[in-house]
Design a protein. Structure first.
Length: 258
């Protein structure tokens, strides 16, 4: 499948990691893509790096926000500017393996699903130290409410899915909110067992961030899913238990080299 893929990358003060992320996209075996980077009013050297890259590769397009708008707003801008038949997302500190797009497109072609997501490796400082998170082959509304197994940087989907359904600009977990909305509308998601993305885990402010995410998740489940208050409590409890297991696994695997 040689369809054009629009790769959307929001970036804010990403000078430390963005070169590696950009290089991982530019190294894809599927060569027919455009890379749309949305600089969200960075104050470091991110703009200089982006200007350097876009001169070298014409597939790179950079959008500059006039103020810091957030990742949901930035991704929506990228989708609106995109021209691809398919849309993929990557954060400016994550890394793709070289055949990530190729394998994702093959699965969409063979199944005619709406969205493909994949397994990924969580790491902090070194790629070879961490653990692999293996995703299920299928996901439905009930399962996503128990645990958001879909890493945003692993997602590739049909264009109309994201043109018709934008990311929220008010929720902290804008990706989770979008997956809930899409699954409620019966869009089909299929998971790839292959580890195709390296997800960078930042440890700073974890307790405060976790509480914010948990409250946001509870509100999204209650408001967006339509399952009611009692079921929202149940799904939130399941999410907490699974989250604790995942963080424990991340901690212990982070102590040893894979």
């Amino acid at each position: 499948m040689d369809k054009l893929v629009s790769v959307i990358m929001p970036a804010f003060n990403s000078e430390k990691f963005i070169r590696t992320s950009l290089d991982s996209v530019l190294s894809q075996t599927h060569r027919n893509f455009e890379l749309i980077v949305i600089d969200d009013f960075s104050t470091d050297c991110t703009k200089d790096i982006l200007n350097e890259y876009k001169v070298v590769d014409a597939r790179i397009k950079v959008i500059y926000n006039s103020a810091n708008k957030g990742v949901g707003f930035s991704r929506n801008c990228g989708v609106r500017e995109s021209k691809g038949d398919f849309i993929a997302f990557i954060d400016s500190d994550d890394i793709w393996v070289e055949d990530k797009l190729e394998k994702s497109l093959e699965l969409i072609s063979s199944t005619n699903c709406d969205v493909v997501f994949s397994s990924y490796r969580i790491f902090s400082n070194h790629i070879d130290i961490g653990f692999n998170f293996i995703v299920p082959e299928k996901i439905d509304l009930e399962e996503i409410l128990k645990a958001n197994v879909i890493g945003l940087s692993t997602v590739v989907g049909k264009r109309n899915v994201f043109v018709l359904n934008e990311f929220s600009t008010i929720w902290y977990q804008e990706d989770f909110q979008l997956w809930v909305r899409l699954l409620k509308q019966n869009y089909t998601f299929i998971g790839l067992k292959d580890v195709l993305v390296f997800y960078r885990n930042h440890n700073g402010g974890r307790s405060k961030k976790y509480f914010t995410v948990l409250v946001d998740r509870f509100r999204i489940t209650l408001i967006e899913s339509g399952v009611g208050f009692t079921n929202t409590l149940y799904y939130t409890l399941v999410h907490i238990v699974r989250g604790v297991k995942k963080h424990l696994r991340s901690y212990f695997h982070g102590k040893r080299r894979l």
